[in-house]
Design a protein around this ligand. Sequence first.
Ligand code: SAM
Length: 300
Amino acid sequence: MFSYRHGFHAGNHADVLKHMVLIAVLRHLTAKPTAISVVDTHAGAGLYRLDSDFAGTSGEAQDGVLKLLASPLAAEPPPLVADYLQLLASFNPSGKTRIYPGSPFVTETLLRQEARDRLWLFELHPTDSKALVGHVDQLEHKRHIVIKREDGFEGLRALLPPPSRRGLVLIDPSYEIKTDYQRVAACLQESLKKFATGSYMVWYPVIPRPEAHELPRRLKTLANQAGKPWLHAVLNIGQSPERANTHTPGEDAPRPGLTASGVFLVNPPHTLKAALQQALPPLLEVLGRGRGQSQLVEGS
Ligand code: SAM
């Protein structure tokens, strides 16, 4: 526990998928004038420096958002990608992409003072929760944000249904512990009973582990049982041929890092499926590394 630090992964291909979809969901929810509540059960540090030791060591943003920015797609992006790049640019007014906003700041950017939107952020890691508090403190308007150094699954319980009766729950654990998969499913099941009209977004890694493989299937079953529409998208950037070629028979297989991830939504915006079908193929063309690359968009 607590060996995961999102700073190593900020701006990687998984963040590109997750934050692009998060923006689309929030745009949809804020299109109506009534207030929304957003609960981010696993918030991370909130803001990351792409030129920090963390990001520099892992180089994951180089294979993610920075690769996208350097590609021809950045000049003519489909709407979902355009919206994501525009939000990212607002954090980097100099034109050089040094700051990467995590989910708390992606969300905060899109919330409306005048509508009295609210944001709850849960983060357990002592260092990251302190960093999150520090970053939020820098905001001019912050009274609509509540930060808790508590277990996000537990904390969510007390917040549903939100008084606004409209909102989003983002569930984005690090899956450091196997039980996270089980807790995500249980959390969605319980939350749907309390707040059936809420929007839900779960991120998960696509890795060769039975629990990870099983999770989207369980979530589909839960949504179907609750009679709620769902949307599932996967971006798999595959492995680069160089990596594959460096593997000598008899040695342990090389560890390529995370190559694929998925987002699962309940009560998604009705336009999102088509928008993702338009955005993911060109995005994969840019971020894909060759062997095994694929994308998927499916929904009920
Ligand atoms: N949502 C963030 C974003 O998109 O920028 C990234 C979050 S990261 C994948 C997961 C975070 O959850 C880590 O910072 C980790 O410390 C934290 N965490 C792990 N278990 C937790 C729990 N039970 N409750 C709250 N936070 C937890």
